[in-house]
Design a protein around this ligand. Structure first.
Ligand SMILES: *[C@@H]1O[C@H](CO)[C@@H](O)[C@H](O)[C@H]1NC(C)=O
Ligand SMILES: *[C@@H]1O[C@H](CO)[C@@H](O)[C@H](O)[C@H]1NC(C)=O
Ligand SMILES: *[C@@H]1O[C@H](CO)[C@@H](O)[C@H](O)[C@H]1NC(C)=O
Length: 401
């Protein structure tokens, strides 16, 4: 038996192992979810093997797989779609074909992918943005910010902010017949962090004339300072996304090595002088009772790792750490959270923080929800859950934008 056959055999075994790992009983389309989860974990395992034997970096392998799912900018009967660049940043623009009677609403979208992977070109995101544009007769702008590890923080934020700033200019809004008072910033997962951070920046920047009317954060990532939230503990080996993978990508995003990976994993990574920030991200206070029941709060150990990294305390990596004054100016907010999501509590705690300062916030919590479901909206890997999330998001936008 050659090494290829051996490897194939090993992969089949692994697939079977992942496939038979129990999953919660309230999850819809359990078979499909199991197959998808086993496929993702087998791919991630293969990526790690390739990295360990020195063939290629794991994120490069995953990125090649994702590229198979990229779409061209094709127009349909309702929407004209084109790929452009705004101040050098790749964007995909969806313009409704029907002539508007009044200026249109607009949605700016940042895709997920752990700051290292993905594009608005992925089928799931293309379908979502196309659907948003056609259903709401809105202009949709999807932004491809630079990715790690080639580009580390703050490149992702800077591109996102620059594209938004460009779009918010009078001439540009006029060109696309956008109503400057009806603009939303949206994003999922890592894109949710970028959406939240850019919205904070726009609302608090005196030089930007047009403000944002709404923000929509779909299972967002919102903080790096604590890696022991109940959702981190509950979903450590979670469906679709595991704790090790999240921390690995964060380490790449922050441009650091294994030392940071292990420090975050043990919750030893924050410096002593960051103690005051925990008032904004202390789950024993900010997380609703329902989600912290059965968990014992342990304080992160500060100053142990001696890692000095300003990005760890920056609100552009962790929008949850903005103070109340900075949060007060935020627009109407939609936050969708999923029960079986390792970063679930980020979203739930942002809901608490925003409610406290009087921001209008809607939280749809999906009891059988899974992180990343929006990526599974088309044959052959469509989940009803993806469509449910899409419909909740669109219906909130329709009422609030
Ligand atoms: C275009 O819009 C109509 C009316 O909303 C809808 O029935 C049709 O499915 C849309 N076409 C596409 C390609 O989405
Ligand atoms: C979090 O809040 C608890 C009170 O519920 C407190 O005892 C603890 O010191 C806080 N943690 C930090 C790091 O501030
Ligand atoms: C909130 O943060 C801003 C920006 O860092 C700072 O200027 C302001 O003083 C802070 N406000 C409070 C109440 O701490």
């Amino acid at each position: 038996m050659g090494p290829k056959a051996l490897y194939l055999g090993l992969l089949c075994l692994l697939f079977a192992y992942y496939f038979y790992t129990p999953i919660p009983s309230n999850i819809e389309e359990r078979w499909k979810v199991r197959i998808l989860d086993a496929m993702i974990k087998t791919c991630t395992f293969t990526a790690t093997c390739l990295e360990n034997i020195g063939i290629m970096r794991s994120e490069d392998f995953l990125s090649i797989l994702l590229r198979l799912d990229y779409t061209q900018p094709f127009s349909d009967e309702n929407v004209t779609v084109s790929d452009l660049t705004f101040v050098g940043i790749p964007v995909r623009l969806y313009l409704p074909k029907r002539k508007p009677e009044i200026p249109r609403r607009a949605v700016i979208y940042f895709h997920g992918g752990s700051y290292c992977l993905g594009s608005f070109k992925q089928t799931g995101f293309d379908l979502l943005n196309r659907w948003t544009s056609s259903t709401l007769e809105a202009v949709v702008l999807a932004v491809d910010y630079r990715l790690a590890p080639q580009h580390v923080f703050p490149a992702q934020f800077e591109d996102s902010f620059a594209a938004v700033k460009y779009f918010l200019q009078d001439e540009v809004l006029m060109k696309y017949e956008v109503d400057p008072t009806r603009i939303c910033i949206s994003g999922d997962s890592a894109g949710g962090a970028l959406a939240a951070a850019v919205t904070q920046q726009v609302q608090n920047d005196l030089q930007i004339k047009h403000k944002i009317k709404a923000q929509a954060l779909l299972y967002p990532h919102l903080q790096i300072i604590d890696s022991f939230f109940p959702s981190h503990q509950e979903n450590e080996h979670g469906i679709f996304l595991t704790k090790d993978l999240v921390i690995k990508f964060l380490t790449l995003y922050l441009g650091k090595d294994e030392a940071l990976f292990w420090a975050i994993k043990k919750n030893h990574h924050m410096p002593l002088e960051s103690r005051y920030l925990f008032q904004f991200a202390n789950w024993s206070i900010l997380l609703p009772e329902k989600y912290r029941k059965g968990f014992v709060y342990t304080e992160p150990i500060l100053g142990k790792s001696r890692i000095s990294l300003p990005a760890l305390t920056d609100i552009r990596t962790s929008p949850l750490l903005a103070n109340d004054t900075q949060l007060k100016n935020l627009p109407a907010t939609y936050i969708l959270t999923c029960q079986y999501d390792i970063i679930r509590d980020d979203g739930l705690m942002y809901v608490s923080r925003l409610q406290k300062v009087g921001v209008h916030v809607t939280n749809d919590h999906i009891e059988d929800g899974l992180h990343g479901a929006l990526s599974f909206m088309a044959f052959p890997i469509s989940l009803k859950l993806g469509l449910r999330i899409r419909d909740l998001y669109i219906s909130w936008l329709d009422k609030n934008l």
